[in-house]
Design a protein. Sequence first.
Length: 320
Amino acid sequence: MKKLTLILAVVLFSSLFAQESEILYPIEENGKWGYINGNGDVVIKPQFGNAGRFSEGLAHVVKDNKYGYVNPAGRMVIEPRYDYAANFSDGLARVKIGDYYRYIDKSGNTAISRQFKEATDFSEGLAAVEVDGKMGYINKQGEMVIPAKFDAADPFQEGTASVKVNGRWGFINQKGEYVLEPKYENLMNYTEGLAKVESGGKYGYIDRTGKVVIKPQYELTWGFSENLARVKMANKMGYIDKTGNVVIPLRYQDAGDFAEGLAPVKVDDKYGYINRSGELIIQPRFDMAHQFEQGVASVRVGDTWMYINTEGEVIWEPSQ
């Protein structure tokens, strides 16, 4: 009997884990939004005015022009009552009623009583908020742990956050201490150990010590993903590695980040996908394409959005 009980418990846990870990993808059909699974099966029928990605087990949806949250079974667990809602992050979600943001927990209860004109999602335990026209950071208890003294502030990523003071950007740590004094025209949070910076109207990268490791030379750059970063020069895009070597030539009209070994690129006004060697794996035939997530990517042909697998096969498209 004990063995049977144990087996049933394991089966139940496995089922719940599978449901929690399975990614659902938003779809639009006949003006209504629902969700499919990775096989292209509709698991939440289109019924919402809009639908976002699932994050931490919940997704924000719109019903009667208000935002609420559903679980993977399609049950509305937080009733639609917000004018705006963001994804859950660190267990809390940023929502808006009227002109002010607040934070709620997964039961829909107010987690932080204070409200803010401007605020970001929580990341690494902190969120940037506006107080008296300046940005600072609160913890999940709503305590101001880094005083509001910045002109602009981004979420924390890899232990640091980019902040702006007197028109220049730098980095702080979670104690609010500068690890890089504000001196750059623009910069972006660290990704995979390097941060994009702008100097003299050109973009390059610095390491965690602030040392320039790839000198500013590009018209635009993006963060690293899977050890490669998109760069742009003379209106063409390609990819560099962390030493600054061009590993995929700058020959694309547009390009996206690598995910799961593939990246969307634009060739002759159509999007396809390349691998890390720059080989076209899915031939360009889409008018727009996004990166893959667990083997599925959203693409657009004309005005119609659909989903494909890594073979380029359509797994879901709206019925005619």
